[in-house]
Design a protein around this ligand. Structure first.
Ligand SMILES: O=c1ccn([C@@H]2O[C@H](COP(=O)(O)OP(=O)(O)O[C@H]3O[C@H](CO)[C@@H](O)[C@H](O)[C@H]3O)[C@@H](O)[C@H]2O)c(=O)[nH]1
Length: 828
C-alpha cells in the first residue's frame, strides 16, 4: 500500500514507472521521493549519465528493492522499446533533456537531438507498445518566452508558446510532439511547465549552485549583462511534491504550471549568496558579457496546480540556506567543476559523468561516499605531440591522471581540427605546435612560408575553431618579441608587462609571433597566451633545452634574461586551464639570469670539466643569421595568480636538486663538520655515477645531501641505522673499464697490490670492500659482483668506484678514507 500523502483511492495508481534522466537534478529528487513514499511502485531509473547527472544523486534509492537503475540513452529506439516491454512499464515520467540555456547557444544540435528526437523516440515506443497509462512530459516555463516586467498576470497554461532561445525552442518542439501523440494516438499525456528549481544535487552550471561554489572559494560571481533578469525560484523538495501530485491527480491531456510568485533578480540572488557568506557584494559581483539572448522574466499563473492540492512550502531564505549548507558539506559532489563555473560554460567543456555503476550500486555496501568519483572532469586536447613542450605536457597529464588526447589534425587544416574537437570533446585545448626552427630560429629566415603556415595560419585557425566551440585554448607563445629599451634597461629590474606592445621584430620568427599575438587579442575570451622564454628543463638530453643549447655553443653571449623553467611552469599551465585563465601572460619565472650564471652552475654541478668562452653581441651577429631578443619580462601577473612561483634561480636549483640528488640512495658516511668542498665534489659526481650505473641503485639506509644544493652551506647527512666510521659508496656498480695501472701509480704499488684481488672484511661492520681486477687489467664489476655474491651471500657488499668519470684525486681520497688512511676531516 502506498504511504505517500497525495495518492488516494480515487487517484491514479502507477505500477511500474520509467523515469528518464533520473540521475539528473529534478528527476533524482522526484525518484528519491517516490521510492521512499511508495514502496509498492516499481521504479526503473534510466539515465545516460551525461556531464550533469550523477548516480550519487540516487544514493537514497540504491538499496531499495523497488528500484532499478539502467544506464542508457532515450535516443536509442531499440533500447526504449525493449525496456517498455521487458520492464512492463505503465507510466513514464520524462525528465531527460539538455537543460542548460547557455550551452544551447553553442551546440544546439545536442538539444534538438536529446530534447526533440529523444522525446519522439519515447512517444513512438509508447505508441507501438500500447501499454502506457500515463506519460508525464516535463517541460519548462521558458516555452512561453519572456514576460513583461510590468505585468502582474502570469502566463496561464493556455498561453501561446513563444520560445526565444534554442533550448526553449527544443522544449516547445518536444511539447508539440507530445500534444500530437495525444491527439493522434490517444497517448495519455500530461505536460508540466516549471519555474527555475534550486537545491542540493544541482549541477553547478546553474546560477545558484554556481554562485554558492564560487562564494565558497572566495571568487567573483559573474553577472550576465546587468543582472536585472528575474527568475522565480522553487525549492527542489517542493517541486518533487508537485510531481507527486501531478502523477496521481493530474488530468490526462492537461498542462500544469509548477510556479511560484516569489521572484528574484540575478543581482538579488548574488546579494543573498554574498550575505550568507558574509561577503561584500559590491566587491564580489563581477559583470560579464550577457547571453546572446536572456529572457527578462518568466512569470507563471500557478493556480491550476494549487487546485490539485499542491502548495509551495519552503521559503526562499530557508531554501537558500539549506542549499548553501549542502554545498558546503559536499563541495566535491560533482568532482572538478571548474569548467562549469565559467561565466558561460559550453557543453564541450563538460565531460560525461564518470560514475561507475558498480562502485555506486553493486559494491556500495562497504564503500564510503568519499571514495566515490574522484574524477577531475578534465579532458585536454593537445597539439604538438612530437614537440618538446607537447611531449612534456602529455607526460604530465599521464602523471596527474588527467585524460588527454593528442590532436590528429594539422593546425592549418580547419576541418581536421573540427573533427578532433567533435571526436574528443575536450574541456580545454593546448597548442604546443608550431615551428621554432632547427637547429634554431635562423631556419625561419629561409623558410618563411612554412613559418607562416604553422605559426600564423595554424594558430589562428585553432583559435577560431576553439571560439566556435566555446573552448579555451592554452597557447604556448613566446616572450621573444621584446628587447631591452630605454624604459626597460638591462639590469633595471623593469620588465615588459603583458599590455606592452612588442618592440622586437629582428627575426622573422619573432615578427610573426608578435603579429599573431596581436590578432589573438580578438579571441581573448577563448585564448590564454603564455609567453614562454628560453625554456629550461631538467632534461639535459633535449637539444631545445636552453641549458643544453648554450652548453653546446662554441661561444656564448652573456646577457641577463627572463626564462621559463618548464618543470615548474608546465604544471602551472594546467592549473591555469583549470582556472580558465585568459588573455596574455608573461610565462616566465620572476627575475633574470645570465648565460654565464647558468653555465657556472652547469660546470659546478654537472660537469666540472666544462669550459666555455664568451663573445659580445657584435661577434655573435657574425655567426647567426637573425638577431636574438634579450629582455626581462615582468612576471608579477603570474606571481599574483601563483604566489608560490619561484624566482628563476631558485627554480633551477629546486628542480635540478630534486632530479639529480635523490635522497636515501647513495652513500653511507660519517660526517660531522666535514669540509664541504670535499663533499660537494663527491655529490657533484653522484648523478654521473648513477647515470653510468646499469644496476638500479638500491635504497640505502642513509640520506645524504647537501643542504643547499648548488650553493655553499653545510653538508647534511641523516642516518637511519647507526653511524659508520668509514665512507663508502654503496651499491654503485659501474660496468666499465677500470684503470688498474693508474690506481697503482696513485696509491703506490704495494697498497694497490694489497687492494687488488682482495676481498676484505670491513672493520666493525658487515660490509666488504671488493676489488677484483681481471687479467687484462680491466675490471668488470658486474661479473665481480656475481662472484662475490655467490661466495659471501650473507654480507652486504660495498664497492669502491674507480672510474673515468670520477676525478682521480677524489677517487684516491675516497679510497684512502675507506682504508682509514685519511680522516674524513682531511682536506682534499
Ligand atoms: O554565471 C551566471 C549564470 C547565470 N546567470 C543568469 O542567471 C539567470 C538564471 O540562469 P540559469 O541558472 O542558467 O537558469 P535559466 O537560464 O533561467 O534556466 C533554468 O531554468 C529554466 C526554467 O526557467 C529551466 O527550463 C532551465 O533548464 C534551467 O537551466 C539567467 O538570467 C542567467 O543569465 C548569470 O548572471 N551568471
Amino acid at each position: 500500500m502506498s504511504t505517500g500523502s497525495p495518492a488516494s483511492a480515487s487517484s491514479y495508481a502507477p505500477r511500474k514507472i520509467l523515469i528518464t534522466g533520473a540521475a539528473g537534478f529534478i528527476a533524482s529528487h522526484v525518484t528519491n521521493r517516490l521510492i521512499k513514499n511508495y514502496p509498492d511502485y516499481k521504479i526503473v531509473a534510466l539515465d545516460k549519465l551525461d556531464y550533469c547527472s550523477s548516480l550519487r544523486n540516487l544514493i537514497p534509492c540504491r538499496s531499495s528493492p523497488n528500484f532499478k537503475f539502467l544506464k542508457g540513452d532515450i535516443t536509442c529506439a531499440d533500447l526504449v522499446n525493449y525496456l517498455l516491454v521487458a520492464e512492463d512499464i505503465d507510466t513514464i515520467m520524462h525528465f531527460a533533456a539538455q537543460s542548460h540555456v547557455d550551452n544551447s547557444f553553442g551546440n544546439s544540435f545536442e538539444f534538438t537531438n536529446n530534447n526533440i528526437y529523444g522525446t519522439h523516440v519515447l512517444l513512438e515506443a509508447c505508441k507501438v507498445t500500447r501499454k502506457i497509462k500515463r506519460f508525464i512530459h516535463v517541460s519548462t516555463d521558458e516555452v512561453y518566452g519572456e514576460t513583461d516586467l510590468e505585468t502582474d498576470i502570469g502566463n496561464p497554461e493556455a498561453s501561446q508558446l513563444l520560445p526565444t532561445n534554442p533550448y526553449s525552442a527544443t522544449k516547445a518542439g518536444a511539447e508539440m510532439l507530445v500534444m500530437a501523440y495525444h491527439r493522434s494516438y490517444g497517448l495519455p499525456t500530461i505536460t508540466t511547465r516549471g519555474n527555475n528549481v534550486y537545491g542540493p544535487n544541482q549541477f553547478p552550471e546553474k546560477l545558484i549552485p554556481k554562485f554558492i561554489l564560487l562564494a565558497m572559494k572566495g571568487e567573483k560571481l559573474p553577472i550576465h549583462g546587468n543582472g536585472s533578469n528575474v527568475r522565480s525560484y522553487l525549492y527542489c523538495e517542493d517541486v518533487a511534491e508537485a510531481f507527486d501530485v501531478i502523477l496521481h491527480k493530474g488530468v490526462i491531456g492537461h498542462v500544469y504550471n509548477i510556479g511560484t510568485q516569489k521572484e528574484r533578480s540575478v543581482l538579488d540572488v548574488a546579494a543573498d549568496v554574498c550575505k550568507l557568506f558574509r561577503l561584500n557584494s559590491e566587491e564580489t559581483i563581477h559583470y560579464v558579457q550577457d547571453r546572446p539572448f536572456n529572457d527578462q522574466r518568466y512569470f507563471l499563473d500557478d493556480q491550476k496546480l494549487k487546485k490539485l492540492g499542491w502548495q509551495e512550502k519552503t521559503t526562499w531564505d530557508e531554501g537558500l540556506k539549506k542549499t548553501m549548507d549542502w554545498y558546503t558539506k559536499n563541495p566535491h559532489w560533482w568532482g572538478d567543476v571548474s569548467s562549469a563555473l565559467n561565466p558561460h560554460p559550453s557543453i564541450s567543456m563538460l565531460t560525461d559523468s564518470t560514475d561507475n555503476y558498480d562502485t555506486l550500486f553493486m559494491k556500495c555496501g562497504n564503500r564510503t561516499e568519499t571514495q566515490i568519483g574522484a574524477d577531475s572532469g578534465l579532458k585536454f586536447l593537445i597539439y604538438g605531440r612530437s614537440g618538446w613542450i607537447g611531449g612534456l605536457l602529455g607526460k604530465l597529464c599521464r602523471d596527474k591522471g588527467i585524460v588527454f588526447e593528442y590532436g590528429n589534425g594539422r593546425l592549418e587544416d580547419r576541418n581536421s581540427l573540427v573533427n578532433d574537437v567533435k571526436r574528443i570533446r575536450p574541456t580545454h585545448v593546448f597548442n604546443a605546435a608550431g615551428v621554432t626552427g632547427r637547429p634554431n630560429v635562423d631556419w625561419c629566415e629561409s623558410h618563411k612560408a612554412e613559418t607562416i603556415r604553422a605559426n600564423v595560419v595554424g594558430t589562428l585557425t585553432l583559435a577560431d575553431v576553439c571560439k566556435e566551440h566555446n573552448l579555451l585554448m592554452m597557447n604556448f607563445a613566446t616572450g621573444c618579441i621584446f628587447e631591452y629599451d630605454k624604459e626597460h634597461r638591462q639590469g633595471s629590474g623593469i620588465g615588459f608587462k603583458e599590455e606592452d606592445t612588442p618592440n622586437f621584430i629582428g627575426s622573422f620568427y619573432s615578427k610573426t609571433k608578435a603579429m599573431v599575438e596581436e590578432l589573438l587579442k580578438e579571441y581573448d575570451q577563448n585564448v590564454c597566451t603564455l609567453r614562454v622564454r628560453m625554456p629550461i628543463s631538467t632534461d639535459l638530453s633535449n637539444p631545445r633545452n636552453f641549458i643544453t643549447k648554450i652548453s653546446r655553443y662554441n661561444k656564448v653571449v652573456n646577457i641577463p634574461n627572463s626564462m621559463t623553467v618548464l618543470d615548474e611552469l608546465l604544471p602551472i599551465s594546467i592549473e591555469m586551464a583549470k582556472r580558465n585563465c585568459r588573455g596574455i601572460w608573461n610565462f616566465t619565472n620572476p627575475g633574470v639570469i645570465s648565460h654565464n650564471e647558468i653555465l657556472e652552475m652547469y660546470r659546478d654541478y654537472m660537469d666540472p670539466e666544462f669550459k666555455w668562452e664568451n663573445f659580445n653581441l657584435e661577434e655573435q651577429s657574425k655567426v647567426i643569421v637573425a638577431p636574438r631578443s634579450n629582455n626581462e619580462l615582468d612576471a608579477s601577473k603570474l606571481k599574483n595568480e601563483f604566489p608560490e612561483l619561484l624566482s628563476i634561480r631558485d627554480s633551477i636549483i629546486k628542480f635540478f636538486k630534486a632530479k639529480y640528488l635523490k635522497r636515501g640512495h647513495v652513500a653511507v658516511c660519517k660526517v660531522h663538520n666535514t669540509d664541504s668542498q670535499f663533499w660537494r665534489k663527491i655529490l657533484r659526481y653522484i648523478p654521473i655515477l648513477l647515470n653510468n650505473s646499469n644496476r638500479k641503485v638500491r635504497d640505502g639506509n642513509v640520506s645524504l645531501w647537501y643542504d643547499k644544493f648548488l650553493s655553499s652551506g653545510p653538508l647534511f647527512a641523516e642516518f637511519s641505522e647507526g653511524e659508520h666510521s668509514q665512507i663508502m659508496l654503496k651499491d654503485l656498480v659501474i660496468d666499465n673499464v677500470w684503470d688498474v695501472e693508474e690506481l697503482q701509480r696513485l696509491l703506490g704499488l704495494e697498497k694497490a697490490d694489497k687492494v687488488m684481488g682482495r676481498v676484505g672484511k670491513f672493520r666493525n661492520s658487515e660490509d666488504v670492500i671488493l676489488w677484483l681486477p681481471e687479467k687484462n687489467g680491466c675490471f668488470n664489476t658486474k661479473s665481480a659482483w656475481d662472484v662475490v655474491r655467490v661466495r659471501l651471500p650473507k654480507f652486504e657488499w660495498a664497492k669502491w668506484v674507480w672510474h673515468k668519470c670520477l676525478p682521480k684525486k677524489i677517487a684516491v681520497c675516497m679510497w684512502k678514507a675507506v682504508f682509514n688512511c685519511l680522516s674524513v676531516d682531511e682536506k682534499v
